[in-house]
Design a protein around this ligand. Structure first.
Ligand SMILES: Nc1ncnc2c1ncn2[C@@H]1O[C@H](COP(=O)(O)OP(=O)(O)OP(=O)(O)O)[C@@H](O)[C@H]1O
Ligand SMILES: [Mg+2]
Length: 252
């Protein structure tokens, strides 16, 4: 379980995150939703120690993440950032191999190689191993970064808008992949999503954020409800059930 306690982040006097308590249960897929600027990426950065909080703590299966060595944390939790600005000229294989660094420190074993190949296969990038990242399309590059997280083979995997730049086919494939990681491998997947239909279809839990706070948490039917989503986004939103599936319609 990831436990967030009294966590806050300020930039100068400006508070951008303020969460009294939030538990992300072990196992399953949790979707974080909410408008631009709600604090979703800030929360993921604090949970993964990419950023330091102004106050409060994050516990990973009972361990305060501040007490963990970098390698130990990286063997337990991996994160895909929202902006993967990377200037180095790397091949796809070199990038994904970084996911094995916490285990092998750069000397890849046969197991590491196999994990890299497996991750590349899972995102459908076999055959692209030797391409440089700047020779890929935006969606292919995004999938290479998803493969990097998968290769890290951690119990907890956090993804900040992993569907960015993906066509609908690959978006569905990535969500199914995350679902399988949870169902078959027992991983805990936390994913920031803007597409509420993807959240409704593929997540177990939904965390709704607004103005730096968690405003709703619960199962999909508990949170994906028009009366909660309308004020969250300030829009006319309709939620219906078709063949047992929740469908979110947005009227612009
Ligand atoms: N370095 C910074 N300095 C000042 N304010 C910042 C900084 N980084 C983020 N913020 C502010 O923190 C708030 C939360 O940002 P965050 O990136 O967590 O939002 P988000 O929910 O991920 O939004 P999006 O959907 O656009 O990705 C925003 O108001 C943003 O402007
Ligand atoms: Mg963000």
């Amino acid at each position: 379980m990831i436990r967030v306690q009294d966590l806050s982040k300020h930039y100068g006097a400006k508070p951008v995150l303020d969460i009294d308590a939030l538990d992300l249960p072990k196992g399953g897929v949790a979707a974080i939703i909410g408008p631009n600027g709600a604090g979703k990426s800030t929360l993921l950065s604090l949970i993964s120690r990419l950023d330091t909080p102004s106050a409060g703590s994050v516990l990973l299966d009972g361990d305060d993440i501040r007490s963990l060595k970098s390698d130990a944390l990286a063997r337990r939790l991996a994160v895909l950032r929202q902006d993967n600005a990377l200037t180095a000229r790397l091949t796809v294989r070199d990038l994904v191999a970084f996911g094995r660094y916490p285990y092998s420190r750069g000397r890849l074993t046969a197991t590491d190689q196999a994990k890299v190949d497996e991750a590349l296969g899972l995102v459908g990038l076999d055959g692209f191993e030797d391409r440089f990242l700047d020779e890929l399309s935006g969606g292919q590059r995004q999938r290479a970064f998803i493969a990097l997280v998968l290769a890290q083979d951690t119990d907890y995997a956090l993804f900040d808008e992993p569907l960015n730049s993906l066509d609908i086919n690959h978006a569905v494939a990535v969500m199914r992949l995350l679902r399988r990681a949870a169902d078959e491998l027992g991983k805990t997947v936390v994913v920031v999503l803007h597409d509420l239909n993807f959240a409704a279809r593929h997540a177990d839990h939904v965390i709704a954020m607004q103005a730096g706070r968690v405003v709703h948490t619960g199962t999909v039917p508990e949170v994906i409800r028009a009366e909660l989503l309308k004020p969250l986004y300030g829009m006319d939103i309709n939620v219906s059930t078709i063949d047992g599936r929740l469908i979110v319609d947005v009227f612009g």
